[in-house]
Design a protein around this ligand. Structure first.
Ligand SMILES: NC(=O)c1ccc[n+]([C@@H]2O[C@H](COP(=O)([O-])OP(=O)(O)OC[C@H]3O[C@@H](n4cnc5c(N)ncnc54)[C@H](OP(=O)(O)O)[C@@H]3O)[C@@H](O)[C@H]2O)c1
Length: 272
């Protein structure tokens, strides 16, 4: 990253903090080169404690950064963009993390020719184990994509994809909770169960990455004929776990796309 680049975050909630934490961990940007805004001090205080600059004025963020992250809730983004649009210049690279808000919508609310990236990160960026995808807008270049990747390189995996993949994002906490509750039901203390489940998930993910094997192969490797694992698997199949999970990914994706459609700019708001 160029020394004169600076980072702005409009919105200072959980996702903004996760991204800022990752950016600082990458080490190319100093805390004082990051500025974040929010209406209240509720979340800004965490940024302040980490040495970053804060403000209640979104315009001040735009004026003091070259890479601008938009990290407010999707339903607030249109108004935020209408207000900051006049301050956005060709020097800005705009990165939106708002779920469901499409490149089309972002570009229609930003100045003509604006370089836009749409990113879908997740909260494990906070612990530098995130999994993020992003896509490029019409005017964003390879070096813009490289700039984002460099900035968030410490956040975890960050892959460029077509925009149609961005809404396909899911989580695993419900599975973790169910595994913990199952062990607790059978008599294991909660804290031990939680620790074992978290490490099991970490280990399984690492096995998938390091071995390059399909999970079906890894699963069959641990299924002793007539053993405990296959008895558990039988219950999962009876409960339609696989089709339920596939439906859940579909439902989450459809919802994100619906949100995006509801946020299509109204006539008049989309002036460039
Ligand atoms: N959380 C996730 O796992 C996740 C994952 C991927 C993408 N995202 C996306 O990230 C975005 C933020 O989500 P979040 O979970 O970080 O939400 P959050 O924790 O509720 O944070 C929202 C932030 O926006 C601030 N805000 C509200 N109105 C504002 C305005 N007019 N101008 C500037 N800032 C304003 C809030 O201010 P206060 O601090 O004063 O309340 C807060 O700091 C959303 O678009 C979401 O779709 C989230």
């Amino acid at each position: 990253m160029e020394a004169e680049e600076s980072v702005g975050l409009v919105g200072a909630g959980r996702m903004a903090l996760a991204i800022a934490t990752g950016i600082l961990a990458a080490g190319n940007v100093k805390p004082e080169q990051i500025i974040a805004s929010a209406p209240s001090d509720n979340n800004l205080c965490k940024f302040k404690e980490m040495g970053m600059r804060t403000t209640h004025d979104n315009g001040s963020v735009v004026k003091n950064c070259t890479v601008l992250f938009l990290a407010v809730k999707p339903h607030l983004l249109t108004n935020v963009l209408v207000n900051i649009c006049p301050l956005v210049t060709p020097a800005h690279l705009v990165v939106s993390v708002a779920a469901g808000v499409t490149i089309d919508t972002l570009e229609s609310l930003l100045p003509q020719g604006c370089r836009v990236l749409r990113m879908m990160p997740n909260l494990p960026c906070t612990v530098l184990q995130g999994a993020s995808v992003f896509c490029r807008g019409t005017h964003a270049t390879t070096s813009d994509a490289d700039l984002l990747k460099g900035l968030v390189s410490a956040c975890g995996l960050c892959e460029e994809t077509p925009e149609s993949y961005i809404d396909i994002h899911t989580g695993v906490y419900l599975f973790a909770e169910a595994l913990i509750d199952g062990a607790v039901k059978m008599g294991m203390p909660y804290e031990l169960s939680k620790k074992l489940v978290a490490h099991t998930l970490l280990g399984a993910g690492k096995m998938m990455l390091d071995s390059g094997e399909h999970p079906a192969k890894l699963k069959s490797d641990v299924c002793t004929p007539g053993g405990t694992t296959v008895h558990g698997l039988y219950q999962l199949e009876k409960g339609n776990l696989r089709s339920t999970v596939m439906d859940a990914v579909g439902a989450a994706t459809d919802h994100a796309r619906e949100v995006g459609k509801r946020l299509q700019p109204h006539q008049g708001l989309g002036q460039r």
